[in-house]
Ligand binder design. Structure first.
Ligand SMILES: NC(=O)c1ccc[n+]([C@@H]2O[C@H](COP(=O)([O-])OP(=O)(O)OC[C@H]3O[C@@H](n4cnc5c(N)ncnc54)[C@H](OP(=O)(O)O)[C@@H]3O)[C@@H](O)[C@H]2O)c1
Length: 259
């Protein structure tokens, strides 16, 4: 009899995480869902899922969760570290508190899981740690510095670990997402209309993204670019950024108070 697949997913109340939860439940996997708040309807809809109410920014709570699972020999084979936020933090003025909250979620919210997992005794089966990063890594967004820099740091860490841990039981993998039609994605309505139209044309659905991530997590590959067609969009933006000096110049001002 084949082993039942087991997965822990962070941030399953909406978007990609929710689609991942649905996908893994449908495929018969054992699922642990980690959310910062309880959602009664979600828990009622998926009675087989183990719901843990933990804010990924809370280092001690995450460590306790991981050590509890290890002690009960219930550590899943796959950790999909998906929870993330995006905020405008550098528009009229630079807002440190907003920047900090984004970095604490997107970067430390993942690293909090990595530390205890690297401290465990080597296991017999491979354990996959999948970070959900962003193609924004390559282009940046001057208005959302916390988002861009946290995803850049996350990508760099997972790149280093995917090489350092080769041949061990830990498989570090990163997903470089392009636009996916979720709550985070709709924030982009702040962008110029031509950019919104371009993003729409290159975007993917949360369901297709969940399928691609689950297939990827069964491999040993270090990185996945999804949706593939978005690579062309980001490559184009990357070129514009370097070739057009004014591409990212100037601030969006709403109150007219900026310098
Ligand atoms: N959508 C895109 O275009 C896109 C592109 C590139 C990368 N990504 C990445 O994909 C991942 C999923 O994003 P999404 O598009 O699915 O956005 P989403 O619909 O806004 O989902 C984000 C999820 O993260 C959870 N979360 C936020 N802060 C948390 C915390 N401190 N502790 C635990 N959970 C927390 C949210 O829970 P609440 O409901 O409690 O807020 C929600 O379940 C993110 O890492 C994002 O950066 C998305």
């Amino acid at each position: 009899m084949s082993r039942q697949e087991s997965v822990l997913i962070t941030g399953t109340t909406s978007g990609v995480g929710r689609a991942l939860l649905e996908h893994y439940v449908r495929s018969g996997a054992r699922v642990i869902s980690v959310n910062r708040r309880r959602v009664q309807e979600l828990e009622a809809e998926y009675p087989t899922v183990r719901f843990e109410c933990v804010d990924v920014r809370a280092t001690e709570a995450v460590h306790e969760l991981v050590s509890g699972l290890a002690a009960a020999e219930e550590l899943p084979d796959v950790f999909i570290l998906n929870a993330g936020i995006n905020r405008v933090d550098n528009d009229e003025v630079f807002q440190l508190a907003t920047y900090r909250s984004v970095v604490e979620t997107n970067l430390y919210g993942v690293l909090n899981f990595v530390e205890p997992l690297t401290q465990l005794k080597r296991g017999k089966i491979p354990r996959h740690l999948v970070a959900v990063s962003s193609m924004a890594h390559y282009v940046g967004n001057p208005y959302a510095l916390g988002y861009t820099t946290s995803k850049q740091a996350l990508t760099e860490c997972f790149d280093a670990w995917s090489k350092m841990y080769v041949g061990t039981d830990l498989v570090f993998q990163r997903v470089m997402l392009g636009p996916v039609r979720t709550a985070i994605y709709t924030m982009a309505s702040d962008f110029p209309s031509w950019m919104v139209r371009l993003k729409d044309a290159f975007s993917g659905s949360p369901e297709a993204t969940a399928r691609a991530i689950s297939r990827f997590a069964r491999t040993q590959k270090p990185r996945l670019f999804h949706p593939g067609r978005a690579v062309a969009l980001y490559l184009g933006m990357w070129l514009c950024r370097w070739l057009i000096p004014d591409f990212f110049r100037g601030r969006k001002t709403r109150t007219g108070n900026s310098r």
